[in-house]
Design a protein around this ligand. Structure first.
Ligand code: PNS
Length: 164
């Protein structure tokens, strides 16, 4: 049984994340979506519980997924959960330097390999931080996030056309 980790902040989960999670679930027996409890990011939009609820709902069609929180080193969480691999999406060359550095550090620390999946082109510009910013200022992000997340953003900020 090979278990993979898909780590991140998921504040909120986007269609880009979901694409990577779905494709990871096709290649591994089990996938843990590992949501970081990050004390540095005090500007989070959604609470950990809200993020977990959204992730749970939007991955409900997948049978080999569970959503967990972690803090501290990702590789410690990976080892504690018997994960064989970390899986990340690569959007553009700009992601590469930092992702490679993290992958190499994680490999050195634990022997756990990181596998990169190329982001689908239609999602290559997407990030949670941009989604948060666009939604906050009234932009329509409904084509970039699952419908539930779009609903939660509307509850937070109002209908896109009414936002300002
Ligand atoms: O969605 P994000 O915020 O880009 O996710 C980044 C994350 C959580 C994957 C990364 O910050 C991480 O793995 N943090 C855990 C702490 C850790 O292990 N740091 C050493 C990395 S080499």
């Amino acid at each position: 049984m090979a278990t993979a980790l898909c780590p991140g902040s998921f504040d909120p989960v986007t269609l880009g994340h979901l694409d990577i999670i779905e494709r990871t679930a096709r290649h591994f027996d089990d996938v843990i979506v590992a949501v970081i409890r990050n004390p540095q990011k005090s500007q989070s939009l959604f609470t950990l519980e809200e993020r977990q609820e959204m992730l749970g709902e939007v991955t409900a069609h997948l049978t080999n997924i569970r959503i967990e929180f972690f803090k501290g080193l990702l590789v410690d969480f990976a080892r504690d959960n018997g994960a064989a691999a970390i899986v990340k999406g690569l959007r553009a060359i700009s992601d590469f330097d930092y992702e490679l550095q993290m992958a190499q550090m994680n490999q050195r620390l634990s022997g756990i390999d990181t596998f990169f999946i190329s982001t689908s082109p239609q999602h290559s510009f997407l990030s949670s931080s941009l989604v948060r910013e666009v939604a906050k200022y009234g932009g329509d992000v409904s084509s970039m996030v699952p419908p539930l997340v779009a609903k939660r953003l509307t509850e937070r900020y109002g209908e896109p056309k009414d936002r300002a």
